[in-house]
Design a protein around this ligand. Structure first.
Ligand SMILES: Cc1cc2nc3c(=O)[nH]c(=O)nc-3n(C[C@H](O)[C@H](O)[C@H](O)COP(=O)(O)O)c2cc1C
Length: 130
């Protein structure tokens, strides 16, 4: 995407990989800094394999660390969602890591939570109904 001119708000989401947010998300923030400072921004990351509070907190810590690299960014909403894991789909070099290869497949994406979050954002972006 070359320009954000036609957008009033931006929702940026990407998975966490090896303690970092996906590099495309980081590049997007760097590339669109000026436009993003003038728009409402919400961010989310996918990560946890288990529906456990501790994993969500760790993922949130990883995302916060990444966002701290962009001190000019003030997201109106930050969220972590559970992720999906399939050992069959691991690519190099992760497919060589036994601990990953032996992990069971899982999918804890909570579509209700995702839809609720998205609806709240949409409602916040609408001008108040008279
Ligand atoms: C090699 C690998 C490393 C991962 N590292 C992390 C991590 O550091 N933190 C985290 O919360 N999730 C981590 N995850 C979980 C992914 O974020 C999750 O599986 C996500 O749903 C992947 O999205 P995608 O299928 O769209 O790439 C990792 C997953 C893989 C396969």
């Amino acid at each position: 995407m070359r320009t954000l001119d036609q957008y009033r708000a931006v929702v940026l989401g990407a998975p966490l990989y090896m303690f970092h947010w996906h590099k495309d998300a980081l590049h997007f923030l760097s590339r669109h800094r000026e436009a993003l400072t003038q728009r409402r921004v919400a961010v989310f990351a996918l990560g946890p394999f288990h529906a456990e509070e501790k994993e969500f907190q760790e993922a949130r810590g990883q995302l916060d660390k990444e966002l701290a690299k962009f001190p000019w960014l003030t997201p109106g909403a930050i969220e972590i969602f559970g992720g999906k894991f399939d050992p069959e789909k691991l690519t190099f070099p992760h497919n060589l890591v036994p601990a990953l290869k032996n992990m069971p497949a899982s999918d804890i994406r909570d579509w209700t939570a995702i839809r609720d979050w998205a609806s709240d954002l949409a409602a916040q972006s609408q001008p108040a109904l008279a």
